[in-house]
Design a binder for this molecule. Structure first.
Ligand SMILES: [Zn+2]
Length: 195
């Protein structure tokens, strides 16, 4: 009977797209949150604590969980880099995806660009000309969406600020608070050619 109750209490809870697994533990003395690569967010709940108090605890730590997860993704990607290549993606599919995403992000954040070119490039993820023409590497389409978005937002921000000064980074982090982490994660893919 006690075991049935335990199993019933173990569950997954969605916190703004983040999956949080709750698990009752007989010997736990307090509620603890553990975030590990490839294992996600796991919360240990002592027998005496109510599930409501465990949920409240997690909600209270939401920002900390988010930034820890970002760091964890860096670690996961570094590990995956050692074991496998990015999936192949064809140029037409990459172009369609990147056109749509750029259009969406530009409208969402009030940027205006001129033309957009999707190319297979060996050295650059993206660039923005003085005429506000964007050039994006087709390989971006094979990256995780948040890393891809970082590059697009980076180039869109260049339509307003050409240099990489303080104001440039301030603008980017207003849109993507984790931009510095995303930038570091992008480096994991430096040697990949996905197309
Ligand atoms: Zn730049």
């Amino acid at each position: 009977m006690a075991n049935d109750l335990l199993a019933h209490d173990n569950h997954t809870f969605e916190l703004n797209d983040i999956k949080v697994n709750f698990r009752r533990h007989r010997f736990a003395r307090r509620i603890t949150i553990k975030i590990q690569p490839f294992k996600g967010v796991n919360v240990t709940v002592p027998m005496r604590a109510t599930l409501d108090s465990a949920h409240d605890f997690v909600l209270h730590k939401k920002e900390w969980i988010k930034s820890s997860l970002e760091k964890m993704r860096q670690v996961e990607e570094r590990e995956m880099r050692l074991s496998k290549d990015l999936p192949k993606i064809d140029l037409a599919a990459a172009a369609k995806l990147l056109h749509e995403r750029t259009d969406f992000l530009a409208r969402q954040n009030g940027f205006a660009y001129n033309r957009i070119f999707i190319r297979r490039q060996k050295t650059l993820w993206g660039s923005c000309s003085a005429k506000k023409d964007l050039s994006l590497n087709a390989a971006l389409a094979a990256l995780p969406q948040d890393v891809m978005d970082y590059v697009i937002i980076h180039e869109l921000t260049h339509t307003v600020i050409r240099n990489h000064g303080k104001e440039f980074w301030r603008r980017i982090t207003l849109i993507l608070p984790h931009a510095p982490v995303l930038r570091r994660r992008l480096r994991n893919y430096r040697y990949f050619s996905a197309c």
